[in-house]
Design a protein around this ligand. Structure first.
Ligand code: HPA
Length: 274
C-alpha cells in the first residue's frame, strides 16, 4: 500500500519537475471565491489538474482546478487554484494529495486560504482572520493508516501547526498595508451542510472563532511533512448567536470575492520576507 502510494506521488512529482520552468519555495492554496489572486500574478505556466498524472480534480463551483507556476509581487509561487474537499466524497488521501507532492517540488512554505463562517461576535462579513490554531472535527484524519516514517512521524506534535514566525510577519505587514486582521481558531468540519444555529453556538463554546469545510486535513498533512504553514480565513457569513445568516454558496462566493483584494494585498506584502 505504501509502495503503491509512493509510486503514484513520485510520478506526479517527476511530471511537474520535468515541466516546470521556475522553482518556487512557496505554495498557495486558494479557497472558494479567492481565485482573484491569480489576476495579480505573472503566470509562467498554468496546468489543468486533469493533465497532471494521478492528480485529483475538484468538482465545486468557484474552484477552477489548475496549478499555476508564476510570480506574485516578484516572488516565485506555486498556486493551487481549486482544492479537493472531503464532502465531495474523496478519501482524505485524495483531499490532501497536493500537500503530499510539495516537498518533492522543493516547496517548504504553504499558505492556505478559505472561506469560513464567523462565530466570534466581534467578526464582520469580509473580515480576514489569521488561523492561529484549529480543531479537527472531520471525524477523520489524513494520517490514518500505515505511516511512511521517511516522510514524517507516526505521532506528530501539533503544538505549532501555524507558524508563529509567519503570524508575526502578517501583523507587521497588516500595519504597513492597513489590511485589518482578526485572529482565531478554525473549526474544520466535513460539510456539505452549513451549520444549524445550535451547531454554530456549540462550536463557539468549544473554542472556535470560525468554521469551514477545508484546510484542516491539508494543514495536518503539510505539518506532518515538515512544511511551515500560514493560513487565512475570509469570513463570508456569520453564525453568531442571534444573528445567524442564511448562508448560501453564492453569498459565500460573493463575500469572498469582495474581501479577496485585501487578502492579496497582505500576501503580496508578506511574500518577499517569508
Ligand atoms: N460553515 C461552514 N463552512 C463555511 C461557512 C459556514 O458558515 N461559510 C463558508 N464556508
Amino acid at each position: 500500500m505504501l509502495e503503491e502510494r509512493r509510486k503514484k506521488i513520485e510520478e506526479t512529482i517527476s511530471y511537474l519537475n520535468n515541466r516546470k520552468h521556475i522553482s518556487p519555495k512557496i505554495a498557495i492554496v486558494l479557497g472558494s471565491g479567492l481565485g482573484g489572486l491569480t489576476q495579480s500574478m505573472e503566470i509562467v505556466d498554468e496546468i489543468p489538474y486533469t493533465e497532471i498524472p494521478n492528480f485529483p480534480v475538484s468538482t465545486v463551483k468557484g474552484h477552477k482546478g489548475t496549478m499555476i507556476f508564476g510570480r506574485l509581487g516578484g516572488v516565485e509561487v506555486l498556486v493551487f487554484n481549486g482544492r479537493m474537499h472531503y464532502y465531495e466524497g474523496y478519501p482524505m488521501d485524495v483531499v490532501t494529495y497536493p500537500q503530499q507532492i510539495l516537498k518533492g517540488l522543493g516547496i517548504n512554505i504553504l499558505i492556505l486560504s478559505n472561506a469560513a463562517g464567523g462565530m466570534n461576535p466581534t467578526f464582520k462579513v469580509g473580515d480576514i482572520m489569521i488561523i492561529k490554531d484549529h480543531i479537527n472535527l472531520f471525524g477523520n484524519n489524513p494520517l490514518m493508516g500505515p505511516n511512511d516514517d521517511e516522510l514524517g512521524p507516526r505521532f506528530p506534535n501539533m503544538s505549532e501547526v501555524y507558524s508563529h514566525r509567519l503570524i508575526k510577519l502578517a501583523y507587521e505587514k497588516s500595519k504597513e498595508t492597513g489590511v485589518h486582521l482578526q485572529e482565531g481558531v478554525y473549526m474544520g468540519v466535513s460539510g456539505p451542510c452549513f451549520e444549524t444555529p445550535a451547531e454554530y453556538r456549540m462550536f463557539h463554546i468549544m473554542g472556535a472563532d470560525a468554521v469551514g469545510m477545508s484546510t484542516v486535513p491539508e494543514a495536518i498533512m503539510a505539518h506532518h511533512r515538515g512544511l511551515e504553514i500560514f493560513a487565512l480565513s475570509v469570513i463570508t457569513d456569520l453564525g453568531v448567536v442571534g444573528q445567524v445568516m442564511e448562508a448560501s454558496h453564492e453569498e459565500v462566493l460573493q463575500a469572498a470575492n469582495t474581501a479577496g483584494p485585501n487578502m492579496v494585498k497582505l500576501i503580496c506584502a508578506m511574500l518577499p520576507e517569508m
